[in-house]
Design a protein around this ligand. Structure first.
Ligand code: MN
Length: 746
C-alpha cells in the first residue's frame, strides 16, 4: 500500500483527516526501518503499514493510525521516545512506548510471569484502549503472515493468540478480529482438524450456494413488501467455532445445524422488531432459540436479536437482526465507539459521556489491580473475569491449560494429551492428592498421576465437560466395557445353565454364534451382560426344548414390616411396589441370587446383576455412579460421596449409570441425614413428626452422640427424590429445637 492510498482510506471515513501527521509518520517509520527485512524477506515497513491498514477498516482516528505506523520503531530501530515526542507529540509517543513494552510480554511462560504480564497488558490497555487496538491489529497481521516462522515460534505465537489476544478481542466486543485470530491460531495449533473442517465447509457452501441466494432474496423481498428496508447477507461459521461446537456438544460435522446464518441489517431499532414480527409470522420459529440482546445487551456491548426459523426449504435458518450501528459495534467492539473517532485533543476516556460496558469492565479490572494482589491472586481474579467461561490451570512445568468452566481434573489430563488422560489414575491439585472429579479452579497447579495399565472407566464420560475428553473416553472404554460385561454375562449364563442342571463352558457357544448373530463368544457374553440378549435366548439356542420355568418370586408382606433384610451379614434393601402391594426382593440370595428383572429405575446395569444403594443412599436428582463390588454386585453412590475416593485408583470398577425415572412410578429411595437437636425429650418426637408430615419415611434412626445440651442423630429416610429430600431437610431446619439438619455425605 502506498502513502496516498493510506491517506485516502482514512479520508473516506474522516474527510478532515490530518494528512500531515499521517505523511510524517509514514515517512519517519519507513526511513527508520530502512532496509530491515521481515523473516519472509519482505521489507519490514510493509508490516506497520498493514497494521495501519487493518485499523483503517475499523475507521480509527489518525493518531491511532500514526501509532500503528510507528509501533515497532522504538523497539527495532534507532528511534527514541524523545524523538517521537518531539515529532508527533507526547500522546503518540506515550502510545508507541506502551506498545514497545507490550512487545516484551510473554504469555507462554511460568504462571507468576504470565500473571504479571497480563496485569501489565491490562494496565497498558486501560490507560488508552488504542494500545489494545494497535496491539490486536499487530497480532492479526503477524498471525496472517505466520507461515514463514519456525514451527516452534509459530506454535508459541498461536497459543498465546488463542489464550490471551483472541479472548481479549472478544471481551472488547471485536467479533471480527476475535474470530479471525481464533481461526488463524486454530489453523496452526491443529492443522489437520482445521483442514478437515475447512474442506467440509467449502463443500457445504458449494452445495448450498443457490439455496442461500434464494433465502436471501426471499427475505429481502418479504421485508420490502412490508416497507422495511433491510440488507440481508448470509454468513458461514468459521472453522474454529465449528470445531468448538463439535467438541463441546460432541457432535459430528453433519449434525451441526447452524453453519449458515443470515444477518438482517435495518435502519432503526423499531425496524428490528418489525422485521422480527414479519419473520415470526411468516415461518415457524424453532423454540428456545429467540434471544433479545437489544433490550439486554451482552457484557461486551453486543446488541442484536437472534432467532431461528424453519426456512422456506424446510431447514433451520439462524437470523441475527440489528441496526447498522449495532452491526458496527458487533464487528469492531470498543473500536466502533465514537469516542475513538473524530477525537479532539481530549483523551477518549474523558470525552465519552456514556462508558461502554467493555470499557467499564476494563476499568473495574484495573481498579482491582491497584489494590495490590499478588500476581497469582491477580491471575485468579482477573483472568476469571476476563475469560468468564474458562478456567486456567497449569501443569507442574508451568504450561497453561485453558478449560471450560466446571472442567474436572480428568478434562485437564485429556487437554494435556490423550495418552495422559487415558492413563490417568489420580491427581494432585496444588500438591494435594484430590479426587479426579474435582472441579478445577483458576490458577490450580494440576499434576496428573499415571499408570500404563489404566483403562479409563466409562463413568468418566458423564463427568467430564470437554468434548475431547468425552470422545477419548468413549473410544478407550468401548472395548473395556465390553470385556467387563462379558464377565457378568458369563456369570449369568453359568447360573441359568446351573438351574437347568447343565454345565456351562464358553466353548459351548461356538455352534450358536450365527444363530444368535454374534461375531464371537465374548460378543455373546457381553450382550448377555449388557442385557441385549437374555440368558433364556442363549439357552434356547443351545437347547431348543428349554423353557424358562423360573418361579416369579413375590412375597406378600404386611405394611409396616421391617423392609430391611439381613442376609449373611449383608443388608439388602427391599423395594416396595406401591400398586400391587407386594415386595420384590433385590439380590437377596435366598430368593434368587441373580435377580431376573430390573427393579431399580437405573439405566446402565445389565439384567441379572444385583444392585443396591450405598449406605448413604441415593435419590433421583443425584448424579450417580455404580461401583462394582465382587460377590455383591453394583453399589450405587451419589457422585458427591467421599467414599468414592477409595475407588479412584480402581477405575475398572466404575460403572456409568443413570436414573431412568418414569413419572408414573411411585418409588421411594434411601437417603441418610444428620440432625443435631437440643437434647430435650420433645425434640426427637418433633423431628419424627415433621418427617412424617412431609410424607418421608423413617427407615432407621439412631442417636449417635449426646452431649449435655445437644443430641446428634442419623436418620435413614425414604423419599421420592432430591426435591422431596431437600424440602424435608428445610422443614427440619425450621424446628426451633433443631440446630442443624443436613444430608450425610452431601
Ligand atoms: Mn509489530
Amino acid at each position: 500500500m502506498r502513502q496516498y492510498e493510506l491517506i485516502e482510506r482514512v479520508q473516506h471515513y474522516k474527510p478532515d483527516v490530518n494528512e500531515s501527521l499521517l505523511n510524517r509518520a509514514y515517512v519517519y517509520a519507513m526511513r527508520k526501518h530502512g532496509a530491515q527485512k521481515r523473516v519472509s524477506g519482505d521489507p519490514y515497513f510493509s508490516h506497520p503499514l498493514e497494521v495501519a491498514a487493518i485499523l483503517t477498516d475499523m475507521h480509527l482516528d489518525e493518531a491511532t493510525i500514526a501509532v500503528a505506523l510507528l509501533h515497532d520503531t522504538i523497539e527495532d530501530t534507532s528511534a527514541t521516545r524523545d524523538e517521537i515526542d518531539q515529532l508527533f507529540g507526547s500522546e503518540i509517543g506515550h502510545l508507541v512506548e506502551g506498545l514497545t513494552k507490550l512487545k516484551k510480554l510473554d504469555f507462554v511462560s511460568k504462571k507468576a510471569v504470565q500473571a504479571e504480564n497480563l496485569r501489565k497488558l491490562l494496565i497498558a490497555i486501560s490507560q488508552d484502549v488504542r494500545v489494545l487496538l494497535v496491539k490486536l491489529a499487530d497480532r492479526l497481521h503477524n498471525m496472517r503472515t505466520l507461515d514463514v516462522m519456525s514451527e516452534d515460534k509459530r506454535h508459541r505465537i498461536a497459543e498465546e493468540t488463542m489464550d490471551i489476544y483472541a479472548p481479549l478481542a472478544g471481551r472488547m466486543g471485536m467479533q471480527d478480529v476475535c474470530e479471525e485470530l481464533e481461526d488463524l491460531a486454530f489453523r496452526c495449533i491443529k492443522p489437520e482438524a482445521w483442514w478437515a473442517i475447512k474442506v467440509s465447509l467449502t463443500v457445504l457452501l458449494k452445495r448450498n450456494m443457490d439455496l442461500l441466494a434464494t433465502i436471501e432474496e426471499d427475505l429481502t423481498s418479504l421485508f420490502a413488501g412490508r416497507g422495511i428496508i433491510a440488507h440481508v447477507k448470509s454468513r458461514q461459521k468459521k472453522a474454529w467455532s465449528v470445531f468448538r461446537k463439535m467438541e463441546t456438544k460432541g457432535l459430528s460435522f453433519e449434525q451441526l445445524s447452524d453453519i449458515f446464518g443470515f444477518r438482517v441489517i435495518v435502519d432503526s431499532v423499531e425496524d428490528c422488531y418489525r422485521a422480527l414480527g414479519v419473520i415470526h409470522t411468516t415461518w415457524s420459529v424453532v423454540p428456545g432459540r429467540f434471544k433479545d440482546y437489544i433490550s439486554i445487551p451482552k457484557q461486551n456491548d453486543y446488541r442484536s436479536i437472534h432467532t431461528t426459523i424453519v426456512g422456506p426449504s424446510h431447514q433451520r435458518v439462524e437470523l441475527q437482526i440489528r441496526t447498522r450501528e449495532m452491526d458496527e459495534v458487533a464487528e469492531y467492539g470498543v473500536a466502533a465507539h465514537s469516542g475513538y473517532k473524530d477525537r479532539g485533543s481530549d483523551t477518549p476516556t474523558r470525552k465519552r459521556s456514556s462508558e461502554t460496558n467493555a470499557y467499564a469492565w476494563l476499568r473495574r479490572t484495573v481498579q482491582a489491580l491497584s489494590e495490590g494482589d499478588s500476581p497469582e491472586e491477580f491471575l485468579e481474579h482477573t483472568k476469571l473475569e476476563l475469560f468468564r467461561d474458562q478456567v486456567f490451570c497449569f501443569t507442574p512445568k508451568g504450561r497453561l491449560i485453558a478449560l471450560p468452566i466446571k472442567a474436572i481434573a480428568i478434562d485437564f489430563a485429556y487437554a494435556v494429551h490423550t495418552d495422559v488422560g487415558d492413563s490417568c489414575i489420580g491427581v494432585k491439585i496444588n500438591g494435594r492428592v484430590m479426587p479426579l472429579m474435582t472441579q478445577l479452579k483458576n490458577g490450580d497447579e494440576v499434576e496428573i498421576l499415571r499408570s500404563q495399565v489404566q483403562i479409563p472407566p466409562s463413568a468418566w464420560e458423564s463427568l467430564v465437560v470437554t468434548g475431547k475428553a468425552r470422545m477419548a473416553i468413549r473410544r478407550a472404554t468401548r472395548s473395556a466395557v465390553r470385556k467387563q460385561y462379558s464377565g457378568f454375562g458369563e456369570r449369568i449364563l453359568e447360573q441359568t445353565f446351573g438351574r437347568m442342571g447343565k454345565n456351562f463352558s464358553r466353548d459351548d457357544l461356538k455352534p450358536v454364534l450365527s444363530r444368535l448373530s454374534r461375531n464371537d463368544i465374548d460378543d455373546i457374553l457381553a450382550s448377555v451382560g449388557q442385557g441385549e440378549l437374555s440368558s433364556a435366548e442363549v439357552a434356547k439356542a443351545l437347547y431348543p426344548d428349554y423353557n424358562d420355568s423360573r418361579p416369579v418370586h413375590k412375597r406378600q408382606v404386611k405394611s409396616g414390616e421391617n423392609n430391611i433384610r439381613n442376609v449373611s451379614g449383608l443388608t439388602f434393601r427391599v423395594q416396595k411396589n406401591q400398586e400391587s402391594k407386594t415386595w420384590n426382593g433385590i439380590g437377596t440370595p435366598e430368593i434368587e441370587s441373580v435377580y431376573s428383572g430390573r427393579v431399580l429405575p437405573i439405566r446402565g446395569i445389565s439384567e441379572g446383576i444385583p444392585v443396591q444403594f450405598s449406605p448413604e443412599g441415593a435419590v433421583p436428582g443425584d448424579q450417580i455412579v455404580g461401583i462394582q463390588q465382587p460377590e455383591v454386585g453394583i453399589i450405587i453412590y451419589p457422585i458427591q460421596s467421599p467414599s468414592l475416593a477409595a475407588y479412584d485408583d480402581q477405575p475398572g470398577r466404575w460403572i456409568d449409570v443413570r436414573w431412568d425415572i418414569d413419572v408414573k412410578m411411585s418409588k421411594r429411595f434411601p437417603a441418610k441425614i444428620r440432625v443435631i437437636t437440643v437434647n430435650s425429650p420433645g425434640s426427637l418426637a418433633e423431628v419424627a413428626q415433621i418427617i412424617a408430615k412431609n410424607d418421608a419415611n423413617i427407615r432407621n434412626l439412631s442417636v449417635v452422640k449426646t452431649a449435655l445440651d445437644f443430641a446428634e442423630m442419623i436418620i435413614d429416610l425414604e423419599v421420592w427424590d432430591l426435591k422431596h429430600l431437600n424440602k424435608t431437610i428445610a422443614q427440619l431446619k425450621r424446628i426451633r429445637l433443631v440446630s442443624s439438619a443436613c444430608r450425610v455425605n452431601a
